[in-house]
Design a protein around this ligand. Structure first.
Ligand code: PLP
Length: 380
């Protein structure tokens, strides 16, 4: 029996062959600790440095503005809690959007429980944060605004650059979670005007167990873990050299392949949408049809639940209802609720996300499986 078509690239990606090949020596002969002064350690140190350069280049940053972390969750925690640790006593107001990943929302709520004022900015029906809605909540004591670059569920791309035009002149720091956008669309810290930006290795063909936080030079931020002085003391602990090396190669591949990859993803994603919409009357797209990640198709099937449909079609398609982190729960996704999507439409939602290795044949098979599953369940 053939494997189901994998359409869950927003949950995680496979490791690119080039990444796997680059990692291998660092598991065996080049295993040194970058803090060791002998040549084996210094070789590992040089490899981490090269990776830092590659990741920085992907986002138009300087190498020493990259802090490697264990994952995007850790980078988001470091951004919010680290800025909070250094914020002046009179600046304890934080702003986040209503559609942030739990890796931003939970540290924000944690700060609120510890005396911070928190404003949660609503989104429109397409999942977009209006810059005017951010402007409306900014205060003289606002320390930090965190609005994600692209949403993990519906794929809506946020107007981060426009938000920076509001925060910058007021001396407010801006963080964006770019875990989903890096490698799918251009991510440029200068164009976005952000002070802090989160990346995730395993969403862009590197391994799990590595992420990064971009920290603009001069940004006041403290550590949230304490130990030795690796990563400017912001992420103490011996570096995960193999994963970091792989992340560097993945960043280089993402940059080299970006225009071609974006076009490939969009063509397959839109092809899948066309096949499904042609066979399923009443299928609706969630998210912004235009300002959206090129690989993400978040759709609601009429008359069925997304969960039942994916279960029915599980031999043919591997995908998620909403975010992988919440897929065990039956509650309506917080993102769809924030967009004002009605409960029936939210229940019928499925997130289909394509990747570099998705083929035309995959799309045809997946569409056929989903259409057959829907017909059976909806008795059409
Ligand atoms: N931020 C966004 C937007 C995500 O989509 C994810 C993962 O789904 C994360 C953060 C957390 O990533 P990780 O689980 O690798 O820490």
């Amino acid at each position: 029996m053939s494997r189901p078509v994998y359409l869950d690239y927003n949950a995680t990606t496979p490791v690119a062959p080039e990444v796997a090949a680059a990692i291998r020596p660092f598991l065996h002969e080049d295993f040194g600790n970058p803090s060791s002064s002998h040549p084996i350690g210094q070789q590992a140190r040089a490899a981490v440095l090269q990776s830092r350069q590659q990741v920085a280049t992907l986002i138009n940053a300087a190498p020493d503005e990259i802090v490697f972390t264990g994952c995007a969750t850790e980078a988001n925690n470091l951004a919010l809690l680290g800025v909070a640790a250094k914020a002046p006593a009179g600046r304890r107001h934080l702003v986040v959007s209503a559609v942030e990943h739990p890796a931003v929302m939970q540290p924000a709520l944690h700060l609120q429980r510890h005396g911070w004022q928190l404003s949660i900015v609503p989104v429109d029906a397409r999942g977009r944060v209006a810059p005017s809605a951010v402007a409306a909540v900014l205060r003289p004591d606002t320390a930090l605004v965190s609005v994600m670059h692209a949403n993990n569920e519906v794929g809506t791309i946020q107007p981060v650059g426009e938000i920076a035009a509001l925060t910058r002149p007021r001396g407010i720091l801006l963080h964006t979670d770019a875990a989903q956008s890096a490698g799918k669309i251009g991510v440029d810290v200068e164009a976005l005007g952000v002070d802090l930006l989160t990346l995730a290795g395993h969403k862009c063909y590197a391994t799990k167990g590595v992420g990064a936080l971009y920290v603009r030079s001069g940004t006041p931020i403290g550590g949230i873990m304490f130990g030795a002085d690796q990563e400017h003391g912001l992420r103490p602990g011996t570096e995960n050299v193999p994963a970091i090396v792989g992340f560097g190669v993945a960043a280089r591949l993402a940059r080299e392949r970006l225009p071609e990859a974006t076009a490939h993803l969009r063509r397959l994603r839109d092809g899948l949408h066309t096949l499904l919409a042609g066979a399923i009357p009443g299928l609706v797209l969630n998210g912004d049809p235009d300002a959206r990640l090129p690989n993400t198709l978040h759709i609601s099937f009429p008359g069925v639940t997304g969960r039942m449909l994916l279960q029915d079609a599980s031999a043919v398609v591997a995908a998620s209802v909403g975010s992988a982190c919440h897929s065990e729960h039956d509650a309506v996704s917080g993102v769809l609720a924030a967009m004002g999507v009605d409960p029936a439409r939210a229940a019928g939602a499925v997130r289909l996300s394509v990747g570099w290795t998705t083929t035309d044949d995959d799309i045809a098979r997946a569409a056929a499986g989903l259409i057959a599953g829907w017909r059976q369940l909806a008795r059409q």
